[in-house]
Design a protein around this ligand. Structure first.
Ligand code: GLN
Length: 420
């Protein structure tokens, strides 16, 4: 279609590479492919919540719910969060249920930012945050997280806050690196938000997958409750990414604004699934403990096998992804490598460049997702052993770590090699 018929905002988007990889594996290997690209579970959701969803539909819970979420679901979210945070949450005025954390984030950003406001985003970042800012007319300012432990430079973060800064997006546990932000890091972020009178948009969708360290909600730090929009949802914790249930917890005035945007975007989240979500959130501690131990076993299975196959994996402290360095394989870049993997090997992963502001920064990385049955991960391990090393550049470092300069050495080596 002629560009005359598409908006200037949309012209600045690229297609979601994560979802493109799912399409490609289905196209090239519909029967035997393994998809470790898009982060969704290939195992069942808990039986009791599926039964609750079926019961709600059979009970004719089939019409719109109240826009900001059913009372039982908001009450369940308030109870769970109050227990974790040690303070009461008002389900009537501080909680908005949306269609997934994805819609919750865009509704929150559109409800609070004006054109030309600046938003600080750590890079690499989950790909939706870029288009979210474009849709709101806001300008992202990126602050790098650096391998191997994905820390940031406090001075770089402080310098990213300007008089135009209106907010920061904090995703912990972090997609794609698995970083879990420490209390010290969050305290620094909080102090900058307070000093610059900025909002924090947190994406805590992986809050129950923390293998090392602890999950801390920024909203619980002093002075942050009044300026934080805490975003989470049911997708990852209850293995129901297709149900599209997320929520925001924010002070009443901000919640009111988010509710208005959410109303005009989608009217409301699926009503019968909200009934099942209230049941899910009432599950006890045992549920979360077994979710975590299953995910830890998946991580501990995949990471050493990636290393054995020639990747340099960065062991995730949380979430369900492994970021890896691919320099050892001698491909021109991450996109060439992922296309080779999806077509020739039957394995879908996400090219690192989809998580960085410029493709060059991500050219030596790919991301694996591991919310999969052990049998799927075993099939993936079999495929990993078949990946060829196109050649080993003589100058390539054995481990690509820490600084941008080192990473460039890795990419440069690979490019050299591809020309030979
Ligand atoms: N958050 C998941 C990922 O990063 C799924 C993204 C999506 O397709 N909505 O893979």
């Amino acid at each position: 279609m002629s560009p005359l018929y598409t908006s200037r905002k949309v012209e600045r988007f690229t297609e979601s590479v994560i979802r493109e990889m799912t399409r490609l594996i289905n196209q090239f290997h519909p029967d035997d492919g393994v998809n470790l690209a898009q982060g969704f579970p290939d195992f069942a959701a808990p039986r009791e919540i599926k039964e609750a969803a079926c019961a709600a539909i059979l009970d004719d819970v089939n019409q719109y719910a109240i826009t900001w979420g059913t009372a039982p679901l908001r009450n369940a979210i308030a109870r769970k969060t109050a227990q974790a945070w040690g303070r009461a949450i008002d389900p009537e005025r501080e909680i908005t249920v949306c269609c997934g954390a994805t819609e919750t984030m865009i509704a929150s950003i559109m409800a609070t930012l004006n054109p030309d406001d600046e938003v600080v985003i750590f890079s690499p970042f989950y790909e939706n945050y870029g288009p979210d800012c474009i849709l709101a007319g806001a300008r992202p300012r990126f602050v790098p997280l650096r391998a191997p432990d994905w820390t940031f430079d406090p001075d770089e973060l402080a310098a990213a806050f300007t008089p135009r800064t209106r907010g920061i997006i904090v995703n912990t546990p972090h997609n794609p690196t698995g970083k879990v932000f420490s209390r010290q890091e969050l305290e620094l972020i909080a102090s900058l938000c307070i000093r610059h009178d900025a909002l924090a948009f947190t994406d805590e969708i992986y809050e129950h997958m923390v293998y090392d360290g602890e999950h801390i909600s920024l909203a619980t730090l002093e002075g942050m409750a009044e300026r934080t929009i805490t975003i989470s949802g049911l997708s990852k914790t209850f293995s129901v990414t297709g149900w599209r249930l997320g929520y925001a917890i924010a002070p009443p005035a901000i919640s009111d604004a988010i509710r208005k945007v959410h109303d005009f975007l989608t009217v409301g989240a699926p009503h019968p699934l909200q009934a099942a979500a209230a049941v899910a959130l009432a599950l006890g501690d045992d549920y979360y403990a077994s979710l975590l131990s299953d995910y830890r076993a998946r991580r501990d299975y995949l990471v050493p096998r990636l290393a054995a196959a020639g990747f340099v994996p960065y062991q995730p402290a949380g979430a369900y992804y492994v970021m890896t360095d691919i320099s050892n394989f001698g491909f021109p870049d991450d996109v060439a490598f992922t296309r080779y993997l999806v077509k020739e090997i039957g394995l879908a992963v996400v090219p690192g460049s989809s998580f960085f502001p410029s493709p060059a920064e991500g050219a030596s990385f790919v991301r694996f997702a591991f919310p999969k049955k052990m049998s799927t991960l075993e099939r993936a391990a079999g495929l990993l052993a078949r990946i060829e090393r196109r050649c080993l550049p003589p100058t390539i470092p054995s481990v690509v770590r820490c600084t941008n300069t080192d990473i460039r050495v890795g990419i440069g080596g690979a490019r050299c090699c591809a020309k030979e």
